[in-house]
Design a protein around this ligand. Structure first.
Ligand code: ADP
Length: 259
């Protein structure tokens, strides 16, 4: 049983609102199809679909005005649009993918998933179907609503469903000593013990604020899965063949998170 989180940085063009990277989506669907029928859950991020709309309406900050209801709706709709591109690409290649809407069964509390019933997802997987979930605008017990990240959802699913492997697909080779897009000297960390994150990865400083948002957030969400004994990998899905290998359990360049 594997959980694959497809990063918004890979399946969308991040700097262009509502723009999917259809080439990457098709290629990744091909790699998933080629990996063969095994138990798999796919979760994807929002990239240029969910994030700009959610930000415009302050959805992650919770309920502040009635006017946000339309923003909640539009954020969800943007994610549904992206989700259907991913599901269509998979079904076209005969992968039995089924969209599962996170906001219809997850209510967060302060942005965190509390008790949630993963029975439907579990039964789909047991039935040989590949559920495809995504980061979504969700209801929140204390804030009214919130944004549930694909990263948090993927890690929780990996724990709940007893996955052996959780693969985070991003647009860089893994976790580096600092953001590789900003610092040419950044070095890839192939094995990253959770407790040494702050010591090995540069945080703070003007150029590295992205670490806190992007990669540091991902590693923190993944921690629960690592603690539960799931093998967690962060790999580069922009490189052809990497996801195929990662799903097959073959060695691949990237970062393995360890206890
Ligand atoms: P996604 O949306 O695809 O899930 P994010 O964009 O949130 O992924 O995170 C991946 C990005 O994190 C990379 O594109 C990279 O620019 C950035 N990043 C920041 N710090 C680091 C780091 N120390 N190592 C690797 N990537 C980093």
């Amino acid at each position: 049983m594997r959980v694959l989180k497809l990063g918004g940085s890979v399946i969308t063009v991040k700097e262009k609102p509502m723009t999917a990277d259809v080439g990457n989506i098709r290629r990744l669907a091909e790699e998933i199809a080629a990996a063969g029928p095994g138990r798999l859950v796919v979760v994807h991020g929002g990239g240029s679909f969910g994030h700009p709309v959610a930000k415009r309406h302050g959805i992650a900050e919770g309920f502040t005005s009635r006017g946000q209801a339309l923003g909640f709706s539009k954020t969800h709709r943007a994610m549904v649009a992206l989700n259907s591109l991913v599901v269509d690409a998979l079904v076209d290649l005969a992968v039995p993918a089924v969209s599962v809407t996170p906001s219809s069964f997850v209510v967060t509390d302060g942005g965190r998933i509390g008790a949630a019933d993963f029975d439907v997802v579990r039964r789909l997987v047991d039935g040989g179907i590949t559920p495809v979930l995504y980061g979504d605008a969700v209801l929140d017990r204390s804030r009214g609503f919130s944004i549930l990240s694909g990263d948090q959802l993927a890690a929780r699913l990996a724990v709940e469903l007893g996955a052996s492997r959780l693969v985070f697909a991003v647009d860089v080779d893994g976790v580096y000593t600092s953001n590789p897009k900003l610092s040419p000297d950044a070095q890839l960390i192939e094995r990253l013990p959770l407790g040494r994150m702050r010591e090995l990865v540069e945080v703070g400083g003007a150029l590295t604020t992205d670490v806190t948002g992007g990669m540091l957030g991902k590693v923190s969400e993944a921690a629960a899965a690592v603690e539960a004994g799931v093998e967690v990998l962060i790999v580069n899905a922009s490189r052809p063949g990497v996801i195929l290998k990662a799903l097959r359990g073959e060695p691949v360049t990237g970062t393995v998170l360890t206890r």
